[in-house]
Every structure is written in structure tokens, then in C-alpha cells.
Design a protein around this ligand. Structure first.
Ligand code: GTR
Length: 404
């Protein structure tokens, strides 16, 4: 009897929660600071509406049907002169021809589970290191030639493993092409077909593109990290550069297990406000990369005023978890100021939770990071890239918020 009453009460609460967003009229948020009166108002009304917008109109939703995913440890090696342990795991997704390879570097001397940075990489796991034992994905560009040493380790500057391991953090990464190839293939390769209903040959207009797929890959990697005893899965920061920075933000918005999000030069469709039409625009990105977003996003090409909420809404979805947005002075294409403003306009939502938002109202000078609050920002001198300077700031920010 008691159980029945409790169930009825819970059902009543759930119905009230569901009824809320439809009974309260919500106006377009546009590209303004997101100011609300309470956490309840944010969580019950505005967050669901904004989430729904990004899910149906921007990145696309993940279809209901989920294929089986299994994990298999392929090899364990000692790395970085004994300082690290490297594990490689195959994530097998039912229906996919090749696995998504997870590459994991762990500090060898850790006595307790360690926090981690998790991100998608551009060119293949073997590119982030010179370690010969790192498996070359068959999906990596020039995979055959890569049997030669030539193309190993070309992205080591983007993944300073020594620095990260010395800080006591683990690194986990997957290659974008293992999850979904980064070209317009009509969604015939990669994970999309594994999710098709009978007779379906392409995602529906509100279903996911490549960014949604890569973000899904990050969440499935997180599933694995939760089973890895050497990792403190409550302290995993999801990180990404450029298109993979867009991916990191969307992954963190969807999956609250990510304790922190780091967007490096993510630009249009990432941290930058679209309304400014500075550098890359919605029309340009949809034309050049028609496979990144859902088809509904085309409605906003040359029509940014119609966006129900701008990209500050994406950052707000991550609140109250810490978020770091970073730009580069020469990366005008990604609109540094637009990235800064998004972080600023999302800050009031952090403040609802009693957190400090971005501690600056104006763009800071180059190389003057602002990371005293839960929303951080810097603009680095230099070009579109992720460098050791950027990583130094992310490690500091993570240490501050993760308490080590
Ligand atoms: C550019 C694209 C940007 C950014 C970048 C990258 O070509 O216009 O949106 O994502 O690629 O991923 O490096």
C-alpha cells in the first residue's frame, strides 16, 4: 500500500514536471544573457526548452533504438619511460564493421583513481603519440601508408601527454573517423546505419549528424571509463578543439556525467554567438559541412534572427558544471569575441547555482586567462590550434575544480 502511494506521488510529480514547460509561455531567448529567477525555473522550464531546441534544430537527436555496445581490452603497455600505463580498448558497436578504438594513458604511480581528460582526436590515435604500439585504425587517413613510421605522432603538440600525466591526470581519446567519417557520405558509413529503423536510409530532419555521433562516442567512452578502476569517473573533463570543441560542448550538455567541459577554438556552432555573423556563419558551415548538424539547422542559414536561443544556451546547458571557453587571436574565423560573449551570457545560469560566472565583462587581453569562476575564458596569442599553453590553463582549471 505504502509503495503504491509513493508511486502515485512520484507519478504526480513527474506529470507536473512534464506539464510545466507547456503551461508557461516561453519567449525566444535570442542572443542575450540568460537571466532567470531560480534554479527551479531554469531546470523545470527553460533548460528543457533550450535543450529541446539544440536537440531538434541544431545537432539532432540520437534515435531511440540503441545498438549493443561491448568493450574488449586489446593491449596494455608501459609508456613514457615507465611513467604511464597505456591501455587500448575496442568498443564494438553492433552493426559496425570496425571498432571504435579507445586509447588510454594512465599515470603509472597513482595510488588512487585519477581524474581524466577525454576528447575526440582528428587524425587517429597513433597521431597523438610516437608510441609504436598504438594501433592504427583502419579508418584513419592513409592507414596503409601508416604502416610506415612517417605519419605517427604528427599531433603530439595537441596532446602533451607528459604534461598531463605529470599533473596526475589520465588521457582518454577516440578517433572521429572510427565513430563517423568526417565527410558527407549520406550517413552510409560510421555509426548512423546501426541506428536505422527498418527501411530507414538516412537520419530524419531532426536526427543527428556527425557532431551528434562523435558526442555519442564520447558518452560510450565514458561508459567504459566508469568501469575502469584506475579512473575517477566523477572527475572526467570532456575536451575538444574546433569541430571537436563543438562536439565536447554538446556531449557535456547531453551527458551530465562529464564533470567539466573545455571548448578550444570551437567557433561557429560551438561557443561563438551565431547572430554576430562574424567569420564563419551558419550558412557557410551548413554549406561546407552539410553532415555536421541535423537538417533542421539549415532553416537558420542566413536567418540567424530566427534562432530560438543562440550558442550561449549550449553553454548554459552545462551549468553548474565548470566550463572553459578558449580562443586564439588569429582565429578570426571562430570569432573570439563571440566565444567570449557566449560564456558571459551563460554566466547568470551558473550564478543561480551560487557559482561564480565569468569574472570579466569585457574581452580580456591576450594571454590573460580568467579562470577564477566556474566559467573560464582565455584568448591565446596565435593561430587556430590547441597548444601546451592552452593545456596548462585547462590543467590549472581542472586542478582547482577537481580539488587536485
Ligand atoms: C573549419 C571549420 C570550423 C572548424 C575547423 C576545424 O574548416 O570551418 O568550423 O571546426 O574547421 O575543425 O578545424
Amino acid at each position: 500500500m505504502k509503495r503504491t502511494i509513493a508511486m502515485l506521488l512520484m507519478l504526480g510529480c513527474a506529470m507536473m514536471a512534464l506539464a510545466q514547460p507547456t503551461t508557461i509561455k516561453v519567449k525566444k531567448y535570442g542572443a542575450k544573457p540568460l537571466c532567470f529567477s531560480s534554479v527551479e525555473e531554469w531546470e523545470m522550464v527553460h533548460r528543457p526548452v533550450i535543450y529541446n531546441f539544440f536537440e531538434r534544430e541544431v545537432y539532432g537527436r540520437v534515435p531511440m533504438y540503441q545498438p549493443a555496445v561491448t568493450y574488449e581490452l586489446l593491449r596494455t603497455d608501459s609508456a613514457l619511460n615507465g611513467k604511464a600505463v597505456c591501455k587500448q580498448v575496442a568498443m564494438n558497436v553492433a552493426g559496425m564493421k570496425t571498432p571504435v578504438l579507445i586509447l588510454l594513458y594512465l599515470p603509472a604511480d597513482a595510488k588512487t583513481p585519477v581524474p581524466a581528460f577525454l576528447g575526440v582526436n582528428f587524425m587517429g590515435n597513433h597521431q597523438i603519440t610516437n608510441d609504436e604500439f598504438v594501433i592504427v585504425s583502419p579508418n584513419a587517413p592513409l592507414a596503409k601508408q601508416l604502416k610506415s613510421k612517417r605519419a605517427r605522432g604528427t599531433s603530439t603538440s595537441r596532446w602533451p601527454l607528459d604534461m598531463i600525466i605529470d599533473a596526475g591526470y589520465a588521457v582518454a581519446t577516440i578517433y572521429r573517423g572510427d565513430v563517423d567519417p568526417d565527410y558527407d557520405d549520406g550517413f552510409q558509413n560510421g555509426i548512423h546505419p546501426s541506428f536505422y529503423r527498418q527501411g530507414q536510409t538516412a537520419p530524419a530532419v531532426d536526427e543527428w549528424g556527425a557532431i551528434g555521433a562523435w558526442a555519442w562516442g564520447l558518452s560510450r567512452t565514458m561508459d567504459y571509463l566508469e568501469t575502469e578502476s584506475a579512473i575517477d569517473s566523477k572527475h572526467v573533463a570532456v575536451i575538444g578543439h574546433s569541430r571537436l570543441g563543438k562536439t565536447a560542448l554538446w556531449a557535456a550538455a547531453q551527458d551530465t556525467r562529464f564533470a567539466m567541459a573545455i571548448s578550444n577554438n570551437s567557433g561557429c556552432g560551438g561557443a561563438a554567438l551565431s547572430i554576430r555573423k562574424h567569420g564563419e556563419t551558419v550558412a557557410k558551415i551548413n554549406k561546407t559541412f552539410p553532415h555536421w548538424f541535423c537538417d533542421n539547422y539549415n532553416k537558420y542559414s542566413n536567418n540567424e534572427e530566427a534562432l530560438f536561443v543562440d550558442q550561449q544556451g549550449l553553454i548554459a546547458l552545462i551549468a553548474p558544471r565548470p566550463v572553459y571557453v578558449a580562443s586564439a587571436t588569429l582565429d578570426d574565423w571562430a570569432d573570439p569575441e563571440g566565444e567570449f560573449l557566449s560564456a558571459l551570457y551563460a554566466s547568470p545560469v551558473y550564478e543561480l547555482y551560487g557559482k561564480k560566472g565569468l569574472e570579466a565583462k569585457k574581452m580580456p587581453a591576450p594571454d590573460s586567462p580568467i579562470h577564477g569562476g566556474s566559467v573560464a575564458y582565455h584568448v591565446r596569442t596565435g593561430k587556430h590550434d590547441i597548444t601546451s599553453y592552452d593545456w596548462e590553463q585547462y590543467i590549472k582549471f581542472a586542478k582547482y575544480h577537481f580539488g587536485r
